[in-house]
Design a binder for this molecule. Structure first.
Ligand code: IPE
Ligand code: IPE
Ligand code: MG
Ligand code: MG
Ligand code: MG
Length: 305
């Protein structure tokens, strides 16, 4: 993917950023021996999943969009870290035995395998909460600049019970019955598309994009979300665990309805092509230099991990 130098530097430093934020948050140095064990445990569990790797697509999108419309500063980097925390929490919970029951994530045993279900649930909760703390601190440091507030609202609404969580609920409940493509699109848009869209739109807000651009970016975000999840579902069928860092055939095991399920692989590749050309047309309408978005679409269509 074609990313600018500031984005590349921020993503390289993201692991160190997480370590800094989490050790500051749990104040490990100043606590008593009794506190220390619990604080070490929760921070270890949070950092285990955050720094296990991952493609960092969401922080990358946020940073690139902020740069495309404005610039990258410490506040933008804090928001990029926050969105990756929310995404990572969603993965920890998605993998739990009561949800997808997965034992491998980002090439490592899942959180509940290492820390137990109780701590995995709490590590997810902590990451979600910490993301809000980090964003709110940034809003306060930049008091008077409404863009930070718009970006925070965008991210919180997209991850909540009318966004990503709604999609996860539908994903759990609707696979018990036969569903059509429109219902599947609803699930995919919410469980995956909303947070990807928020990464794009929040970044654009932080960069100072106008309302027309934001509206177009929402459409692009929706398509990127669909493309992302459809390819994720294809990789569940034809992918390689070694490359993916997660198990394949999990959707079949859990009887999940997916594009390959409903349309077959050929029909699914057709749908991917249609999305790709729609995305190309929409990206061409943006006012910004869009080599990153174009290269992202190519990556998403062809990815093996
Ligand atoms: C996986 O997301 C979960 C979905 C939304 C399909 P990613 O494929 O972005 O996971 P990481 O962050 O690279 O591990
Ligand atoms: C997960 O979708 C979406 C969220 C975590 C919100 P999947 O269940 O398909 O993701 P993977 O395949 O486990 O990464
Ligand atoms: Mg799932
Ligand atoms: Mg899953
Ligand atoms: Mg999947």
């Amino acid at each position: 993917m074609i990313v600018n130098a500031q984005t590349e530097a921020a993503l390289k430093g993201i692991e160190a950023t997480f370590i800094k934020i989490i050790s500051e948050c749990v104040e490990l140095e100043t606590v008593s021996i009794t506190d220390k064990a619990a604080k070490s445990l929760i921070s270890e569990a949070m950092l285990y999943s955050l720094n296990a790797g991952g493609k960092r697509i969401r922080p990358m999108l946020l940073l690139e969009m902020a740069k495309a419309y404005g610039d990258i500063n410490d506040g933008v980097v804090a928001f990029a870290a926050a969105i990756e925390m929310i995404h990572t929490y969603s993965l920890i919970h998605d993998d739990l035995p009561c949800m997808d029951d997965d034992d491998l994530r980002r090439g490592k045993p899942t959180s509940h395998i290492v820390f137990g279900e109780d701590i995995a649930v709490l590590a997810g909760d902590s990451l979600l909460n910490l993301a809000s703390e980090v964003m709110l601190e940034t809003v306060l440091k930049n008091c008077g600049n409404n863009n930070y507030m718009y970006a925070m609202r965008e991210i919180l609404k997209a991850s909540g019970s009318n966004g990503m969580i709604l999609g996860q609920v539908a994903d759990i409940k609707y696979h018990e019955t036969d569903i059509d493509v429109a219902t599947l699109d609803f699930i995919n848009f919410n469980k995956t598309g909303r947070l990807l869209t928020a990464s794009i739109v929040a970044g654009a807000f932080l960069g100072g994009a106008d309302n027309n651009e934001i509206a177009l970016l929402r459409e692009i975000g929706r398509d990127i979300g669909q493309l992302f999840q459809i390819v994720d579902d294809v990789l569940d069928v034809v992918g390689d665990t070694e490359k993916l860092g997660k198990r394949t055939q999990i959707d079949t095991k859990n009887n999940k309805k997916t594009y390959p399920n409903l349309l077959g692989l050929d029909g699914t590749y057709q749908a991917i092509q249609t999305l790709q050309s729609e995305l190309d047309s929409k990206i061409a309408l943006l006012s910004i230099e869009s080599s990153f978005l174009k290269s992202l679409v190519i990556f998403l269509v062809n990815r093996e991990y």
